[in-house]
Ligand binder design. Structure first.
Ligand SMILES: C[S@@+](CC[C@H](N)C(=O)[O-])C[C@H]1O[C@@H](n2cnc3c(N)ncnc32)[C@H](O)[C@@H]1O
Length: 293
């Protein structure tokens, strides 16, 4: 790897490139997703949750699905610590107890192709049931669901956009099934930074919350509002308001995103709490903690 080259991109450059970097040398020769060390927490929690979930749920259902609505290219590079981490698709495919089917959705054609090539080249071979969809997850949720047989199945949907890009109508559609569990990245950074735009003539935050009422709430209550919205859809397995949530922060302490869990069943929430507790304690900074594990 050429460390001289890494680190030269500005935040704007990285955004323009869709966070894909082709300067870092990777064995498979494909671009990676450039991340900061804070986001490693998300990947570790996801991995641990999926491990517990897949052990407990294997053999209990005819089908066990993993759907990644914002999949990315499959491999991440932590530019702060100069380390590689599998992205969410490769984490899910690398589990000991496999899902019966994987659906990877990405709006960006290049990213979707990179993921497909990476999975084909790598140890995660194509003998697995994998479908790659180069689609907008918001406007094609019906088509995405048509790849699953939801009866007698259980599914994990990982929803990890860059900003407030998941529309509540999608969550509503997913809530029609009692067997879909969700892990949602709520980009509080996007909302706070662009609040003035979203308050005016832009409907992005309205679509995210599924209603315009967020404007009447204090920013500290936006997470509560979102969880209330999930409750209205019948998601009983959502963390309580007094419970500690996973909030990924910058080194200076600014919140970037919350990871929200939602399931129709209490059991799923227990798995989530186990994953959360493994990587957090009441007085421990998440980022420091993750570096020690
Ligand atoms: C934060 S990244 C996902 C990272 C991935 N979960 C991982 O662990 O590496 C978000 C991805 O969503 C894609 N994307 C953005 N808008 C989308 C949309 N409306 N539908 C589907 N994918 C989208 C982007 O191209 C990007 O690859």
């Amino acid at each position: 790897m050429n460390e001289e080259i890494c680190g030269k991109c500005s935040r704007e450059d990285r955004k323009r490139m869709g966070y894909l970097c082709d300067k870092i040398k990777v064995e498979d020769g494909l671009p990676v997703r450039c991340i900061h060390s804070q986001s490693v927490l998300k990947l570790k929690i996801l991995k641990y949750y999926l491990e517990i979930f897949s052990v407990a749920m294997r053999n209990k259902f005819e089908n066990m699905y993993f759907v990644d609505l914002f999949s990315g290219p499959g491999l991440c590079y932590d530019r702060d610590n100069k380390e590689f981490y599998p992205g969410s698709p490769l984490i899910a495919m690398g589990l000991k107890y496999q899902f019966s089917k994987y659906i990877f959705v990405d709006l960006d054609a290049n990213t979707s192709q990179i993921l497909q090539k990476r999975c084909f080249n790598g140890p995660e071979d194509n003998s697995k049931q994998v479908t790659y969809l180069n689609l907008d997850a918001n406007s094609n949720i019906g088509e995405i669901l048509s790849h699953l047989k939801l009866k007698r199945s259980i599914s994990v949907f990982f929803i990890d956009p860059n900003g407030l890009d998941i529309e509540f109508d999608v969550i509503k559609k997913l809530s029609e099934s009692d067997s879909i569990d969700l892990i949602i990245n709520f980009s509080i950074f996007d909302l706070k930074r662009n609040e003035h735009i979203y308050r005016d003539d832009n409907s992005k935050a309205d679509k995210f919350f599924g209603l315009p009422d967020w404007r009447n709430e204090e920013s500290r209550d936006w997470l509560r509002l979102y969880k209330r919205q999930l409750g209205r859809l019948g998601f009983a397995g959502v963390e309580g308001n007094n419970e500690r949530h996973i909030t990924v922060k910058t080194p200076t302490g600014a919140s970037i995103y919350h990871l929200i869990y939602a399931s129709k069943k209490e059991l799923g929430l227990q798995f989530w709490r186990s994953a959360k507790n493994k990587f957090s304690g009441p007085s421990i900074d998440f980022v420091d903690q993750i570096r020690k594990k």
